[in-house]
Design a binder for this molecule. Structure first.
Ligand code: SF4
Ligand code: SF4
Ligand code: FES
Length: 250
């Protein structure tokens, strides 16, 4: 049976190093299978986070040969016999081995005001198919945080105190573009949301396992809404006097 060489980060917040393991290759094997083999047969102390093994829970995010990816969606035969190096996500503090501390994301999430329909419009609601389709794209997010990991504002410039990151631009877009939501979150986007720090490099889109068009369909329309609210004199006045958001397309 062929064998794959896995170099796996072993360590914690204080430091660590790559450790090499030989893993038997089976048909259809993914990187997470290799990690499970190591845990079961070579070193039971190796820590990793996973749940579904179906690319749906967002738990097994890691950096595989330098690319942020889901371990359960990355096939071993993609590497054609080359060694496979697995490290935890770089943008977040490591807890142990492949497990990183992503709790910052949950704190950011709490800052976003939730869906708020009008109390005078209890439903049943009618929505246009194009509105449903647009929201459905955003609702596909599995919170893997790979987009957060790759975003240079967070990863390279340590911008955790000034930019919420692409995952939360997607969440805000889902709320802002919901035709039955009544809040405006443009103050948040402009303030602690830090949308101005995004310079549309699209790196986040490239790593998204759900193929969400993060920049084209979420961030750019949000930037346009913010510009409308702040620089269109009429909308600017409405904002000052606390008028709820106006219905509009993307
Ligand atoms: S497009 Fe914006 S959010 Fe996406 S990686 Fe680039 S700076 Fe970050
Ligand atoms: S937007 Fe995509 S990459 Fe970002 S957290 Fe959601 S599924 Fe993961
Ligand atoms: S284990 Fe659930 S996404 Fe990989």
């Amino acid at each position: 049976m062929a064998e794959a060489t896995f170099h796996v980060f072993r360590g914690d917040a204080k430091g660590g190093d790559l450790v090499t393991y030989g893993v038997p290759v089976t048909e259809g094997m993914v990187v997470l299978d290799g990690i499970h083999y190591i845990q079961a047969h070579l070193d039971g102390t190796l820590a990793c986070r996973w749940n579904c093994k179906a690319a749906k829970c967002g738990s097994c995010s890691a950096e595989i040969n330098g690319h942020p990816r889901l371990m359960c969606k990355t096939r071993v035969d993609d590497f054609k016999g080359e060694p496979i190096t697995v490290r935890p996500m770089k943008a977040f503090p490591v807890i142990k081995d492949l497990v990183s501390d992503v709790s910052w994301n949950y704190r950011v999430n709490k800052q976003i005001p939730p869906f708020t329909p009008s109390p005078y419009d209890p439903g049943p609601w009618k929505m246009y198919p194009e509105d449903v389709e647009r929201l459905f794209e955003f609702r596909k997010c599995i919170e893997c945080f790979l987009c957060q990991d790759v975003c240079h504002v967070l990863r390279e410039h340590d911008g955790f105190d000034r930019y919420m990151g692409p995952r939360f631009m997607v969440r805000v877009a889902a709320l802002e573009m919901h035709p039955k939501d009544t809040l405006s979150r443009t103050d948040l986007l402009r303030g602690s949301g830090g949308i101005g720090f995004c310079n549309i490099t699209k790196c986040c889109e490239e790593v998204c396992p759900e193929h969400i068009h993060i920049t084209d369909n979420a961030i750019i329309p949000l930037k346009e809404r913010m510009a409308d609210d702040y620089f269109d004199p009429w909308r600017s006045l409405l904002r000052v006097f606390g008028k709820k958001k106006e219905p509009r397309g993307t």
